[in-house]
Design a protein around this ligand. Sequence first.
Ligand code: GAL
Length: 421
Amino acid sequence: MRLTRRAAVAAVGVAALLTATACGADDGGGGSGAKTVEVFTWWADGGEKAGLDGLVSQFTTDCAGQTFQNGAVAGGAGANAKTVLASRLQQNLPPDTFQAHAGAELSDYILAGQVEDLSADYDTWGLKTAFPKGLIDNLTVEGKIYSVPANIHRANVVWTNKKVLANAGITKAPTDLAGFFADLDKVKAKGIAAPLAVGKDWTQLMLFESVLISDLGPDKFTGLWNGGTDWNDAGVTKAINDFKQLLTYTNTDRDALDWTDAEKLVMDGKAGYQLMGDWEAADLDAKKFADYDYFTFPGNGDTFQWLADSFVLPKGAKNVDGTKCWLKTVGSAAGQKAFNTKKGSIPARTDAAPADYPKYQQAAMADWKSFKQVPSCAHGSACSQGWQGAANSALGAFSTKQDVAGLQKALAAAAQQFVKK
Ligand code: GAL
């Protein structure tokens, strides 16, 4: 019932947005001489919008005669944007460029023939050596490169309200799950009913992925996504049980909240902790909330769970020249600095100067180099969109029913269906 209603709302949203786009968009080629580049993202607010604004100002400087057109569709992790985008691509009404995660999510668009090969532009713009090889591999299918990465984000970070923790006598970050449960109990004992703020499906998937990293270790965790680790493993059962216990510390309205709503619970002192990607650093700064701290999810050790936003040239984009100028800006040193200093992420380019970045990003840049890297399913580096959808639904059902065996079975079935053999 709930899913049906959600699907209906999404469909209405898509129709409304398509109408708005059809009425509002310039033709890009522009008989009037105006050339617009419609940039499709889900960065509509707060730190995400601040990052996009930074990139736009660099684009305006670099791409004279081109005008940015904001095609953002609000909703964390692209929950709404991806539905709208799929519909537009299907109707051959692509934006000039759209945001896609490096890795399996991008491969979906490549394999569906929806995006253009940018290999020659990589040569022209000197990008082949600007990014780490591992990242380029994640953007490449059969030797061709299909998108330009804007950043590297980190997913497995816990954000805290310092005052709430101080009030509970907590002075150190926990380093394992047992320590985290003990601290959650301390905050609860101070009258905070739900010390760990969480939102709907994909935010729960993020939390669960962090628990999986703790209980399986980084290598076995990565194996879950490439067929190397069996989802029926006893370590997965343990992780589901730990996750179930964690949910007892969370807000009961979780399934109705986006990540920013959960973040607000932390800012308002109604919760002490939230597991979220490091776009939260930028968002808390944009919202002028200074009383926060952060630590790696307990038990993850020196693991950096990464994801990367990248931009593509869709097949059938109207303003190819303008879009190429956008992509060139995205990949440039100046563009990456303008974007990432505001977005909470670190530059994908390897030639950035840490001193140009806020304190959080300086630490993340160092960790990116020395920590063990694992991908994220909630943000497309580990799993395809179909797999991600199946995982989100399984987590959504678990939030209501708390059926441990049921969740493991659903996740094992999803892996069976989607893992590349
Ligand atoms: C991720 C995206 C980030 C951030 C986040 C929350 O999928 O890669 O840049 O926007 O969603 O919306």
